[in-house]
Ligand binder design. Sequence first.
Ligand SMILES: [Zn+2]
Length: 474
Amino acid sequence: MVPAAALWSAEARGFRAGAARGDITPELGTMIVGGFAPIQARHIHDPLFVRTLVLDDGRQKIAFAICDNLGLPREVCDEARRLTAERTGIPASHVLVAGTHTHSAGSARPSGPSAERPGGALIASTELNAYQRMIARRVADTVQVAINRLAPARMGWGAAQLPGQVFNRRWLVQSEALRRNPFGGLDKVRMNPPVASPELLQPAGPTDPEIVFLSVQSTTGRPIALLANYALHYVGGVPAADISADYYGAFAGRIEEQLSAEKQDPPFVGIMSNGTSGDINNIDFRAKRTPRAPYEAMRVVANEVATEIVGALKQVRHRDDLTLDVRARELTLGARRPTAEMLARAREVLAQPAGATAWHPNEKIYAERVLQMADAPNELTIPLQTFRIGDLGIAAVPCEPFAEIGLELKATSPFAKAFTIEIANGYFGYLPTPAQHQLGGYETWIGTNRLEVDASVKIVAALREMWAEMVPPP
Ligand SMILES: [Zn+2]
């Protein structure tokens, strides 16, 4: 544990905060990217935003820009951070740009034939398309607006438990038929098995039921912003052609209402960031699913998360003598490569006539991906980032880590409290542990999964080193 006194500064030059949001709703007709088959947007249920918080300890500023998007590729995040640095002077290393992981958003992936598939987009396009440029500009705009709104502030963090809305979606199941993979083999686990099935044995991993939040207020106690983190994938229940920010957007509205912060100038900004939810969703696999109206399930989640936070907020001690610290690092990892057997089978599968009996319904999609990956680079370099705000630690990872990775980081952090923001500063696919790779399942499949099997071990080690560097001397 860190000596508490060192985390705050007696000669603090005054803690300030500002928040803003900017619209990133794409035009109708844009492709919605969250499923296997992209579909054109025909309706906007609720607009998409980038929600931004800037903190300033008098020595340096940091910015969190959380975008209603499935996952922003590195080139978009890099451009957003570069533009922000150019316009505001906040170094790119001090700017976090993350997706919320709503599946009902416009694609921020490169334009092109392979670009719209989850886990696809292996060919990096050199020039950003119009929507990618719009997101990057809006990130920089909202950071600028938040800076314009900087005012003396105090901040505290809190935590609450909400176990009832998170479920591990990877299950050990009896039936072999449920465990077929698109490579002609059998896995040990099944992602999203049929609900309430007698085939279900047990979940293959834990959940993280904790909501961690940071609450930012004016010196008179007026709410400025609240940034929360919960390890839950998108909730869905969105009609196929609708654009929606999912529970992340619903939460922003709900927390604003619950804090009675609706009519403020400058406006309050509620922000939900995505925790380590690579294997977590909102489906109670043991129970029979109750039919829900569109958008109902996400409203329930948003309301429960907001209610838990408002309850926990009473215990939070806000203070104005916080200091900030940041680390950023590039980590080079091996890329998954298909074996000779996989390549041979992929060619076989693609040579099958249409309508031939398939071992797995998506085997042709994966066969194409396997062939594409034969030419992919051997290594991938990913951006890692960590923050310290007083005695709170934050890690940012450009992947969808499994919940157990977030739990390990929380348990071993040198800070009083810590959490991880996923799909931050880029998107490099799911991040299972090596043990979860052994179990197989959708998230580990080559073509969905891009990083070497040991990637999580190397990423956790690097983040812990970066956190350790930020522990101030006693
Ligand atoms: Zn997803």
